[in-house]
Design a protein around this ligand. Structure first.
Ligand SMILES: NC(=O)c1ccc[n+]([C@@H]2O[C@H](COP(=O)([O-])OP(=O)(O)OC[C@H]3O[C@@H](n4cnc5c(N)ncnc54)[C@H](O)[C@@H]3O)[C@@H](O)[C@H]2O)c1
Length: 343
């Protein structure tokens, strides 16, 4: 298999690259990544750079020429590349629409032209908005629920999700779509909740909790997500289908914060309640019966164990996150701008 992995230098993408190269040593893996603030060459260990089956292309998915030149040599696409941070989308939505919607269009067009055999589109459970039935009953989202995204990030992902679907219905492009819940694990950029809280706690900085901290998310370890994507990548007969993926482990933000503080033996006085995020979703949760029934997929990593491993990873890899968090002007500027706008 000749795989084109977009956004492979980001959090989930780099975990997926590692997973695929280990499990399928014969596969050719090409990564296309623009190396935005969230993309990081350091997410690939030396043995990956040395692997003859791995190649890295620094480029933008919105660039038709670059995409075309790589798609020519590809039979399968796994499309992770996106702007991904909800807070940033509230400050500046334009780049989200450009990358997440237009960039997806560029990839779909090239995939159609070069007749790729499988296009795995990475969507998100954020596309559903609140986890509710169409009549307002509080329950995990189903694939058949209406898409009611509540942030510019979620809306641009919803656009890309349906655009990918339309390339199946219109052009029979063999697309399959994943809608996963909140991932956690190694190599996640430290502006996202779990790595932000771990690294702040390690630095004895406050942990900023939006609103009441009662908003809940369904947490999944990134390797469970990778295993589900592996199944979708090799699936047959499911063209055009969307699949929810989730850990089935719901915790609110306060519970997550307290777990992290306890693990690091820090005091709960580090919690700092801040003004709520506009459009903040109260509950994201997905019903994963479909992927379980069709493919027998189940998450394997228990949250207690997964979070312990993740905290350990951040303790052991301080130089990885310090380079981004402590020394990055970009990171400092984003944080400053965000807090200025929120106060
Ligand atoms: N993190 C989660 O909890 C989660 C949950 C469900 C779905 N997703 C989806 O999974 C995918 C990956 O998420 P992540 O958390 O790893 O994100 P991330 O922000 O860590 O990584 C995104 C990657 O995309 C690259 N990129 C951004 N714009 C690009 C462009 N124009 N051209 C090429 N590369 C570009 C970045 O450099 C980075 O390497 C996204 O599509 C996201 O919507 C994430």
């Amino acid at each position: 298999m000749r795989l084109l992995i977009t956004g492979g230098a980001g959090f989930i993408g780099s975990n997926f690259v590692r997973y695929i190269l280990k499990k399928y040593p014969d596969y050719q893996v090409m990564v296309l990544d623009a190396l935005t603030y969230a993309g990081n060459r350091d997410n690939f260990e030396e043995n990956i750079w040395q692997n003859p089956k791995f190649s890295f292309y620094h480029g933008n998915i919105c660039d038709k020429e670059v995409v075309d030149s790589l798609m020519r040599d590809t039979d399968t696409v796994v499309h992770f590349a996106a702007e991904t941070h909800v807070d940033r989308s509230i400050l500046e939505a334009g780049t989200f629409i450009q990358t997440d919607v237009y960039g997806t269009y560029v990839l779909l067009e090239a995939a159609r032209k070069y007749k790729v055999k499988r296009f795995v589109h990475i969507s998100t459970d954020e596309v559903y908005g609140e986890a509710k039935s169409p009549t307002g009953e509080n329950r995990p989202s189903l694939e058949t629920d209406p898409l009611m995204p509540k942030s510019p990030y979620a809306a641009s992902k919803a656009g890309a999700d349906r655009l990918a679907f339309s390339y199946y219905t219109t052009y029979q492009l063999p697309v399959v779509i994943s809608r996963c819940s909140n991932n956690y694990g190694p190599n996640q950029y430290p502006e996202k909740l779990i790595p932000l809280f771990i690294t702040n706690a390690l630095e004895n900085e406050p942990l900023p909790v939006y609103g009441s901290g009662k908003n809940t998310r369904d947490w999944i370890h990134v390797l469970d997500h990778c295993a589900a994507l592996d199944i979708l990548l090799h699936s047959e007969g499911q063209d055009g289908e969307a699949f929810n993926i989730g850990g089935g482990q719901e915790f609110n933000i306060l519970q997550i914060s307290k777990t992290i503080l306890k693990m690091l033996e820090k005091n709960e006085s580090a919690l700092q309640f801040v003004l709520d995020r506009p459009g903040h979703v109260m509950r994201h949760a997905v019903d994963t019966s479909k992927i379980k029934n069709v493919f027998g997929w189940q998450p394997k990593i228990d949250f207690d164990e997964g979070i312990k491993q993740t905290v350990d990873w951040y303790i052991k890899n301080e130089s990885w996150w310090q380079k981004i968090k402590g020394k990055s002007i970009e990171y400092q500027e984003f944080t400053k701008k965000w807090y200025e706008e929120r106060n």
